[in-house]
Design a protein around this ligand. Structure first.
Ligand SMILES: Nc1ncnc2c1ncn2[C@@H]1O[C@H](COP(=O)(O)OP(=O)(O)O)[C@@H](O)[C@H]1O
Ligand SMILES: [Mg+2]
Length: 219
């Protein structure tokens, strides 16, 4: 069984190649970590997997959907329904309160009716019960990343993508956030593709892949 299949993926900016010959697949519920040197294209690859960035050669297939066959609008709709994304810099919207931030994916999907219970459930699940009315500026970095995890999973996506999600956190908070990310991913049965510099985080993956300029291979 395969949720995500990447075949011969390649990308360049102008004349400069970023990566080439990237082949791998991810099973439903699997946790794959991607490591690699700074600047090798890990964030670019993750953005391609989310349909946020385009590529030059090869294909990305998610279930029965060939992402390369979708236009920008179709890709955005696909992403809203099937992908959650956690970024290093949290990307929590500063003018929305915590509950509104978590509700955002549901609102984009037009699912406003089920929103309050679902949002409450996710806030409880990430240990932010009672903090729904707070503004992001009133939270710590670890709490902000919990908001981002709740937001990434609130719409039950099949695929969670995380780009250095503990990169801005101190080691103790980073371990707690990784614990939570893994527990929540498992509870939702989602697949997780995690880009990380952390050996401790990569060690918890089902598989670790190393991205280089020539392709991707088991680490
Ligand atoms: N919009 C862009 N235009 C030109 N080059 C870019 C752009 N975005 C990223 N790059 C280049 O692509 C390479 C890969 O970047 P990135 O995916 O951020 O690497 P990583 O996440 O592995 O550190 C880098 O050399 C970076 O300078
Ligand atoms: Mg990066």
């Amino acid at each position: 069984m395969t949720l995500l299949r990447v075949d011969g993926l390649g990308k360049h900016y102008g004349g400069t190649p970023v990566f080439a010959n990237v082949h791998f697949s991810v099973a439903p519920g699997e946790f794959v970590a991607i490591v690699g040197d700074s600047g090798v294209g890990k964030s670019t690859l993750l953005n391609c997997l989310a349909g946020l960035d385009s590529w030059d050669t090869g294909s990305i297939t998610h279930g029965n959907t060939d992402l390369g066959q979708l236009d920008d609008t179709q890709r955005a709709l696909w992403r809203r329904a099937h992908v959650g994304f956690v970024f290093q810099a949290f990307h929590v919207l500063p003018h929305l309160d915590v509950a509104q931030n978590v509700a955002l994916p549901l609102m984009l999907l037009g699912k406003t009716g089920t929103e309050p219970e679902r949002v409450q459930h996710m806030l409880d699940a990430v240990g932010l019960e009672g903090l729904g009315a707070r503004l992001p500026q009133q939270l710590s970095g670890g709490q902000l990343q919990r908001v981002a995890i709740a937001r990434a999973l609130v719409h039950r996506p099949a695929l969670l993508l995380a780009d250095e999600p503990t990169g801005n956190l101190d080691p103790t908070t980073a371990t707690r956030v990784m614990d939570l990310l893994l527990a929540q991913t498992r509870e939702h049965g989602a697949s997780l593709v995690l880009v990380t510099h952390s050996d401790a985080a990569a060690a918890r993956a089902d598989r670790v892949l190393r991205l280089t300029a020539d392709g991707i291979a088991p680490h």
